[in-house]
Design a protein around this ligand. Structure first.
Ligand code: IDP
Ligand code: MG
Length: 169
């Protein structure tokens, strides 16, 4: 019941997911899936204490990807980016938790793996910016847009996290 209320609230006031209910959109890109990095990446978010609320393997259409990367449509690498992202399945995820948008970006590292510190996902698992294995929303606002672009409301699960008292005080 509470979940239904929160969903309606979030839908009406697009900023409903705040505090421990903040959500972000994370995707393991086709290179990450091909290189068997899905489990490792999931593990890092789980172990950090975030809550998985959506997960699916998708072959994204070019239309979906063009909308997802609309802000980058003028960049010289745009065509290559769409072709890379549509070259195989992607693991699309929604993770929930306090400051999850910012923390996920920290866990990912920089856009260019060469600038990413060891210990970050991009710093540990990739070399080139055009094959940087993971996507993560860059703000709460873009997270909300991306989640509604990639997931239907019915695909997001609201479940009681019995370990939350050990993650939050
Ligand atoms: P982000 O993924 O860290 O948010 P954005 O600037 O939003 O970085 O770029 C989206 C994606 O576009 C990057 O993750 C990367 O896959 C690709 N990209 C960004 N800059 C370049 C580039 O200079 N060459 C090739 N691909 C790039
Ligand atoms: Mg980005």
């Amino acid at each position: 019941m509470i979940c239904l209320f929160l969903s309606i609230f979030a839908y009406i006031f697009q900023s409903g997911w705040t505090g421990v209910n903040e959500r972000t959109f994370i995707a393991v890109k086709p290179d990450g899936v091909q290189r068997r990095l899905v489990g490792e990446i999931l593990r890092r978010f789980e172990k950090r204490g975030f809550k998985l609320v959506g997960l699916k393997l998708v072959q994204a259409s070019e239309d979906l990807l063009k909308e997802h990367y609309w802000d980058l449509r003028g960049k010289p690498f745009f065509r290559g980016l769409i072709s890379y992202m549509s070259s195989g399945p992607i693991v699309a995820m929604v993770w929930e938790g306090m400051d999850v948008v910012k923390m996920a970006r920290k866990m990912m590292g920089e856009t260019n793996p060469a600038d990413s510190l060891p210990g970050t996902i991009r710093g540990d698992f990739c070399v080139e910016v055009g094959r940087n294995v993971i996507h993560g929303s860059d703000s709460v606002e873009s997270a909300q847009k991306e989640i509604s672009l990639w997931f239907r409301q019915s695909e997001l699960n609201c479940w009681e996290d019995t370990s939350s008292h050990w993650v939050y005080n």
